[in-house]
Design a protein around this ligand. Structure first.
Ligand SMILES: [Zn+2]
Length: 141
């Protein structure tokens, strides 16, 4: 018999899936609404019958901003005034939107960045060993 472990619909579970290179959303069994980040309760019909669903990780850039005044965490990764980065809203092929760091676009040339650019999920890990943490990002394809 296969034991099926259903992870709780929390940020910790979502991060754990990211570390396994899976972009997981929650799907409502009652109305079919897909939610990302996942939620334990459907935001549309308030059902609690949610299931984990792996997304394709493919989508397109729906909107973006270039950040040069970075939060501390991003400054620690080398970003900032002299090395801006792109933060975007990605519309996945499944129709759900999520905000994430976008790699592979030239943040110093924002006028060249096009809404609609095809993107694929990119799992970015910072730190090592027990301190390693995987973050959701996307990259231009
Ligand atoms: Zn629902």
């Amino acid at each position: 018999m296969t034991e099926i472990i259903i992870r709780p619909f929390t940020a910790a579970s979502f991060d754990q899936y990211l570390a396994e290179s899976k972009l997981m959303a929650s799907r409502c069994e009652d109305c079919g609404e897909l939610t990302l980040p996942p939620r334990a309760i459907c935001p549309k019909c308030h059902s609690e019958k949610m299931t984990w669903t792996e997304t394709s990780g493919k989508g397109k850039l729906a909107g973006f901003t270039v950040i040069s005044i970075a939060p501390t965490f991003m400054i620690e990764q080398g970003y900032g005034r002299n090395n801006p980065y792109v933060s975007g809203i990605v519309e996945l092929d499944e129709g759900v939107k999520v905000s994430a760091h976008i790699n592979g676009l030239d943040a110093t040339q924002p006028a060249e960045i096009k809404v609609g650019t095809p993107l694929a999920v990119d799992f970015v890990t910072f730190g090592e060993g027990d301190n390693a943490k995987t973050y959701l990002a996307f990259k231009a394809v």
